[in-house]
Design a protein around this ligand. Structure first.
Ligand code: 2HA
Ligand code: ZN
Length: 277
């Protein structure tokens, strides 16, 4: 029996996000995954619980930026809805070696559970954030947000099309993601191609839509990661509803470019100029 680690703050926040997101219907069955890159304080708090396994597992793609890092992550095939009841089976902590070429389990992943199939995408996203100067980003989160998936069947998978649609539907969009969001055509889940394409877009954007699949975000904390996806999902839902109410046609009254610029001026935001006309 593993000790109860509900006390460490990072696990409580991890669990809270999973519970909130499951209540929203973002994680059917074993859909979606979540990770958190531990900081020094977390490591001090968790030190008594960490028991590194002797077995190392090679990564397909090395992440030297993460050499020695510890990452809390959901398990492959795990139902995120169960994390509050059974944390040591649903998630675990891995440590990367001194070269960022392999990992070993240090806590959780009970009964031979393994990190999520999107492990390499998450690690690449942290490396991308570090390279982009966003080293404070410690959460990577992937959700099967239903309105995002529905809208992805209607609009082209381009960052500009997605960003403008969401910015112009709901005023809060440009406030939460002034750099816009990325979007990719359909790709095989968990594939190196998806990891690479996602990270290319996430060097600029904090979130990236995966057509007919869901969305991935990187952020400083759990609230921010949830908040970005919540805002994208809400705006996508409003857009779909408005479009349906308008007989399927583009809604007539959207936030104008002039109004988007006025929001940025008022709130001191630096928008992605490439997405403004
Ligand atoms: O965790 O969502 O994309 C299962 C998935 C893979
Ligand atoms: Zn998925």
């Amino acid at each position: 029996m593993q000790p109860d680690v509900h006390e460490p703050d990072c696990l409580r926040r991890f669990t809270r996000l999973c519970v909130d997101a499951c209540a929203r219907g973002w994680h059917e069955a074993n859909g979606g995954n979540l990770s958190y890159r531990l900081d020094e304080d977390d490591l001090v708090a968790l030190a008594p619980l960490l028991e590194p396994e002797s077995q190392w597992h090679g990564l397909k793609r090395a992440v030297p930026e993460l050499a020695g890092a510890h990452v809390l992550m959901s398990a492959s095939g795990a139902y995120l809805s169960n994390v509050a009841y059974d944390p040591s089976h649903i998630c675990g902590i891995i440590q990367l070696d001194a070269c960022g070429e392999s990992w070993r389990a240090c806590w959780g992943f009970a009964d031979d559970a393994r990190p999520s199939s999107e492990l390499e995408t998450h690690l690449a996203a942290y490396a991308t954030a570090l390279r982009a100067g966003d080293g404070a980003d410690r959460v990577v989160y992937h959700a099967h947000a239903p309105h995002v998936i529905a809208l992805s069947t209607l609009i082209e998978p381009s960052p500009r099309a997605w960003t403008r649609t969401l910015w112009r539907t709901m005023t809060e969009g440009i406030v939460v993601f002034p750099q816009g969001i990325g979007a990719l055509p359909w790709m095989v889940p968990g594939s190196p191609e998806l990891a690479e394409a996602t990270c290319e877009l996430m060097a600029v954007h904090r979130a990236c839509v995966w057509t007919q699949h869901g969305i991935m975000a990187r952020a400083a904390g759990f609230d921010e990661a949830f908040g970005i996806i919540d805002t994208v999902e809400k705006s996508a839902g409003i857009h779909l509803g408005a479009r349906a109410a308008n007989g399927g046609a583009e809604p007539r009254h959207l936030v104008s470019d002039e109004q988007l610029r006025a929001i940025c001026e008022r709130y001191g935001l630096t928008p992605n100029e490439g997405f403004l006309d």
